[in-house]
Design a protein around this ligand. Structure first.
Ligand SMILES: Nc1nc2c(ncn2[C@@H]2O[C@H](COP(=O)(O)OP(=O)(O)OP(=O)(O)O)[C@@H](O)[C@H]2O)c(=O)[nH]1
Ligand SMILES: [Mg+2]
Length: 450
C-alpha cells in the first residue's frame, strides 16, 4: 500500500508567521488559543518568527483578514523572511487560494498543522491509516496538486505512466478531476481497511472487558494522561512535553487496593478546534474509551483556561460516542500551581475533582480509592448457595467479586457477594444457586456529584 507523505506541506523547520482574527467573545480565550497555535506550530517543528492579530467581528470571507491587514501581513512576512503563514481557524479552500496569491507564500490553517503533527507522530499501521484518511478527506475539496502517486494503490487498474490513466481519465478530462477520483478511490480503500481494523478491535476489547473492569484515561493533549498511567501502573509509556505524543491506545493491567485487578488504557488527547475528520478517523483508536466502565478525565491545572479545555474534550467525547460515561475528574500538575483558582469553576462544571500530580504522587491514592468505589457502584449484590465441595465456584466468586459474608453449613455454603451481573450466569453454570439481593442504583453519567 502506498504511503502518502505531504512533503510539500510539512512544516519542518519552516519560518512561520501566525495570524488570528479575534474580535468577539472572551479576550483571554483568544490569547490562549493563539498561544496554543504557537505550541502546535512548534510541535510541527516550525519556527514562529512573527504574529499578527486582527480584531474584527468575523473572518473576512475572501482572505481571512481584511485588506489592510493583508498588506501588513505581507510586510511582516517579508521582514521576517517567512516561509509559511499559519491561520488560527479552518480556512475555506477559496480563502487559502486567495491569501496565497496575495502573499506569494504557502498558507496553512490550524487543522492542517494538527494533521501534520499527527502524520509525523503516527507509528502503528492503524494510526497511519487513520491519519492518511483524515488528511485526504481534508485535502479533497482543496486539491491543487497532482496525486498520480496514488496510482499504485489502485492495484494497477488506474495506473500508467500518463498519471491517472486508463479507466479513469476520459478524453479531455482535466487532471484535477483525475486527481479527485484517485483520492476518492484511496479514501474508499482506507475506510474499508479501517472498518476491518475496527471490527477486530471491537471484538478484542469486548473480550477483555468481559474479564476485567476497564478504565480509560482521556483528556486534553499534554494534560499528563500518559504520566498518570505511568505513575499508577509503572507502565513506561512515552511521555513528552509536546502535543499529541500519544496516538495509539496502550492498555495495561492495574492492581487496585485489595488485590483487585482492572485494565487501564491511555488514549489520544484532544485540542480545541480539533479537525472533525480526525475525530472520525480515530474512532477505532478510541474503542477502549467507548467500552470502558469508567473514564479518568485528566485536566492540566497549569493552564489558565482549564474549564474551556474540559468542555472541548467533553464535546469530542460525545462525537466518538463516549459522552455520559461515569467519569472521575483529575486536576493534574497541581505541583506547578500555587493557587488553584480554577477549582471552584471546574467543580461547578463537573462535580468532584481530585487534585493530583504525576510527579509528586499527590492524590494518586485517592484516585485508586475513588476508582474502586466507582467500579463498585456498577456491581450488584447476590446470595450464592454452593456445595462445600465446589471449590471451583468458591474460588471464582473470590476472584471476580467481593465476598462480603460467608456462612458455612454441613453440606452447603452461603455467600453474600457483590459482583458484575454478568458473573451471575457463570456462577449458575458452575453449579451455584444465585439470587439477586436487590438492584443497586446505576452510576450516573457525567461525573461524581454531577
Ligand atoms: N510538573 C508536572 N509535570 C507533569 C505532570 N504530569 C505530566 N507532566 C508533564 O507534562 C508533559 C506531558 O505529559 P504526558 O503524560 O505526555 O501528557 P499526555 O496527556 O499523555 O499528552 P499527549 O499524549 O500528547 O496527549 C510532560 O512533559 C510531563 O512530564 C505533573 O503532574 N506535574
Ligand atoms: Mg500521552
Amino acid at each position: 500500500m502506498a504511503e502518502l507523505r505531504r512533503t510539500d506541506l510539512a512544516l519542518r523547520a519552516e519560518r512561520a508567521v501566525l495570524v488570528q482574527v479575534a474580535g468577539w467573545g472572551d479576550e483571554v480565550d483568544h490569547e490562549a488559543a493563539f498561544e496554543e497555535l504557537a505550541s502546535l506550530a512548534h510541535s510541527a517543528r516550525a519556527r514562529v518568527v512573527g504574529r499578527i492579530r486582527q480584531k474584527r467581528n468575523k473572518p473576512d470571507p475572501a482572505c481571512y483578514v481584511g485588506k489592510g491587514k493583508v498588506e501588513e501581513l505581507a510586510q511582516l512576512c517579508d521582514a521576517r523572511n517567512a516561509d509559511v503563514v499559519i491561520c488560527d481557524d479552518e480556512l475555506s479552500p477559496a480563502q487559502v487560494k486567495k491569501l496565497e496569491q496575495k502573499l506569494d507564500l504557502k498558507v496553512v490553517d490550524r487543522s492542517e498543522v494538527i494533521l501534520d503533527i499527527f502524520a509525523s507522530h503516527a507509528r502503528t499501521k492503524q494510526a497511519r491509516l487513520q491519519v492518511e484518511l483524515a488528511q485526504l478527506e481534508y485535502e479533497l475539496p482543496r486539491l491543487k496538486r497532482r496525486w498520480t502517486h496514488l496510482d499504485r494503490t489502485a492495484g494497477g487498474t488506474l495506473g500508467g505512466p500518463a498519471g491517472g490513466g486508463i479507466g479513469v481519465r476520459g478524453p479531455g478530462e482535466k487532471q484535477l478531476e483525475v486527481d479527485r477520483r484517485l483520492v476518492q478511490r484511496r479514501i474508499h480503500e482506507l475506510k474499508e481497511s479501517l472498518s476491518r481494523v475496527e471490527d477486530r478491535r471491537h471484538t478484542m476489547v469486548e473480550g477483555r472487558t468481559d474479564q476485567f473492569a476497564t478504565v480509560a484515561l482521556v483528556g486534553y493533549t499534554n494534560a499528563g494522561k500518559s504520566s498518570i498511567m505511568n505513575a499508577l501502573t509503572g507502565a513506561g509509556v512515552s511521555v513528552r512535553d509536546r502535543l499529541f505524543e500519544t496516538l495509539d491506545t496502550r492498555t495495561r493491567e492495574w492492581e487496585l487496593p485489595g488485590g483487585r485487578k482492572a485494565l487501564i488504557s491511555d488514549t489520544v488527547g484532544f485540542v480545541r478546534k480539533f479537525p472533525h475528520h480526525l475525530v472520525a478517523s480515530f474512532h477505532a483508536t478510541l474503542e477502549e474509551a467507548r467500552q470502558a466502565d469508567l473514564l479518568l478525565h485528566v485536566i492540566d491545572a497549569s493552564r489558565h483556561n482549564a474549564e474551556k479545555e474540559v468542555r472541548s474534550v467533553r464535546q469530542a467525547l460525545r462525537v466518538v460516542d463516549c459522552g455520559g460515561k461515569p467519569t472521575l475528574y483529575l486536576l493534574n500538575k497541581t505541583d506547578l500551581v500555587e493557587d488553584l483558582s480554577e477549582l471552584p469553576l471546574l467543580r461547578k462544571l463537573v462535580g468532584e475533582v481530585i487534585c493530583t500530580s504525576a510527579v509528586s504522587g499527590q492524590g494518586l491514592d485517592e484516585v485508586r480509592e475513588e476508582v474502586c468505589r466507582a467500579l463498585d457502584r456498577k456491581l450488584e449484590a447476590f446470595r450464592v448457595v454452593a456445595g462445600v465441595e465446589n471449590g471451583r465456584l468458591i474460588a471464582f466468586l473470590h476472584e471476580n467479586g467481593h465476598v462480603l459474608e460467608t456462612n458455612c453449613g454441613e453440606t452447603t455454603m452461603e455467600l453474600r457477594v457483590k459482583m458484575a451481573p454478568k458473573y451471575a450466569g457463570m456462577a449458575r453454570s458452575m453449579g451455584g444457586q444465585v439470587h439477586p439481593v436487590r438492584a443497586e442504583p446505576a452510576v450516573s453519567g457525567g461525573g461524581r456529584g454531577a
